[in-house]
Design a protein around this ligand. Structure first.
Ligand SMILES: Cc1cc2nc3c(=O)[nH]c(=O)nc-3n(C[C@H](O)[C@H](O)[C@H](O)COP(=O)(O)O)c2cc1C
Length: 429
């Protein structure tokens, strides 16, 4: 796709050539389906939805994993589907830490840096439940957890991913160490900035034991709102400590999420709007991917101003599998139909319609508010149209809707819930 916009300038990220600078941000949609990713293969880079690295880190129901051979085989379907039309894909690796619901652990407490209830919700097979007070990982358990990330990264590559991204933000384990409100440890993993960052850098070292640094990225979101994770006096210092240190690793990229909270009158005020990128761009020497509330104009401007090398789009991608084409043609974007909860899950509903085309694709009309049975019928006809129609040729948008009958499509990536006591592996130390 040819365009003279900055977003369309080819870019070499690490040792990987990207045809454009448009990145699909990771979106947990609880489906990990090859056609979901294939539809978006025109992106310069796709980052997969968060993928768990061990059974102990599986804190979100129906998310994919990367610790078994079966999961590797499942992911191969996805990476092949992305590579066939010349796409590129990185697997995002996550350990959820204290977000894990106890019922997943036979009633045991989830683990974290310290005993602080994050006051969030756990997404369980039985619905959303409040998080509980976790127990603090012992130092030995930290070492096991750090080591677990390495095989998962290796598996990502074995499954055909072009690289791996370590999730170091939001509610999850790495940020539970970074955050002074959730890391109250007195040992070398708590207290000062170096100590709270130690877990992050040990994880990176561990992953780099298996995967070339040029194929490993990190996603960081310095400011996250929500109870224990609310930004505090230590938020900026720890990020100012971690980001320059990340620079020294010669990684593939740093995906930096901007701030969307009003911090007027506080030291964080300067991070509003483009402030996050203005502040951290000089502190990070490698490839910087800017994210949050981006649109075409802002993305082009950030690249032109040198504040970002690449730009990641999350919600816009959920509604616009052909985002690259729309940007190239300066076409309007489709709105996301439904609520944020419909972005995810097996009953997620169609969210797109064709541009520049009469709406002739079977089932491509909006199916908002369809009853489940109708969605099931629709999904079958759409799968047909998907199989016979390549996005890049037809420019037809396809509906990303998953019905239970389609689950086999990606069974290999789905979780097998480990039975037995959660602590068994740690206890074996
Ligand atoms: C439905 C949904 C699922 C998400 N899942 C993930 C995820 O698995 N991993 C992650 O790092 N971020 C996840 N995010 C955050 C996005 O990657 C992105 O950082 C955020 O949506 C801001 O970008 P946007 O303004 O372009 O949507 C998710 C966001 C949404 C809306």
């Amino acid at each position: 796709m040819v365009s003279n916009q900055p977003l369309f300038t080819p870019y070499r990220m690490g040792n990987l050539d990207l045809p454009n600078r448009i990145v699909m941000a990771p979106l947990t949609r609880m489906r990990a389906q090859s056609h979901d990713c294939e539809q978006r293969a025109s992106a310069g880079l796709i980052i997969t939805e968060a993928t768990e690295t061990s059974p102990e880190g599986l804190g979100w129901a129906d998310t994919p994993g990367l610790w078994t051979k079966e999961q590797v085989r499942g992911w191969r379907l996805v990476t092949d589907a992305v590579h066939a039309p010349d796409g590129r894909i990185f697997a995002q690796l996550r350990h959820t830490g204290r977000i894990l619901p106890p019922e997943r652990l036979g009633g045991a407490q989830p683990v974290s840096a310290s005993k602080v209830d994050p006051g969030q919700i756990s997404v369980t097979p039985a619905g959303r439940k409040p998080t509980v007070v976790p127990r603090a990982l012992t130092k030995q358990e930290i070492q096991v957890t750090v080591r677990d990330l390495a095989p998962a990264a290796r598996n990502a590559i074995e499954a055909g991913s072009d690289g791996a991204q370590i999730l170091a933000n939001d509610l999850y384990l790495i940020s539970q160490f970074l955050n002074a409100a959730t890391d109250l440890r007195k040992d070398e993993y708590g207290g000062n900035l170096a100590n709270r960052s130690r877990f992050l850098f040990e994880v990176i070292d561990s992953v780099l034991g298996e995967v070339n640094a040029q194929r490993v990225g990190v996603k960081i979101r310095p400011i996250y709102e929500g109870v224990a994770f609310r930004a505090n006096n230590e938020t900026l210092p720890v990020t100012e400590y971690a980001i320059p240190k990340l620079s020294t690793y010669n990684l593939s990229h740093l995906l930096l999420v901007g701030n969307t909270t009003d911090f007027s009158g506080t030291p964080l005020e300067m991070l509003a709007g483009d402030g996050m990128f203005q502040h951290f761009r000089p502190l990070y020497k490698g490839t910087l991917i800017a994210n949050v509330k981006m649109d075409r104009e802002r993305g082009n401007r950030l690249i032109a101003e040198g504040l970002a090398d690449l730009v990641a789009f999350g919600r816009p991608y959920s509604a616009n599998p052909d985002l690259v084409q729309r940007f190239a043609e300066s076409a309007p974007l489709a709105e996301v139909a439904g609520t944020p909860s419909t972005f995810r899950g097996p009953t997620a509903i169609p969210i797109t319609q064709p541009i520049n085309h009469p709406n002739t694709t079977p089932g491509a009309e909006h199916a908002k508010d369809n009853p489940p049975t109708e969605q099931g019928d629709r999904s079958r006809s759409l799968r047909h149209s998907l199989q016979s129609t390549r996005l890049r040729n037809s420019r037809t948008l396809l509906v990303a809707e998953v019905h239970s009958t389609q689950r086999a499509y990606c069974t290999g990536t789905r979780m097998t819930v480990r039975s037995g006591p959660f602590d068994a592996r740690y206890a074996a130390l």
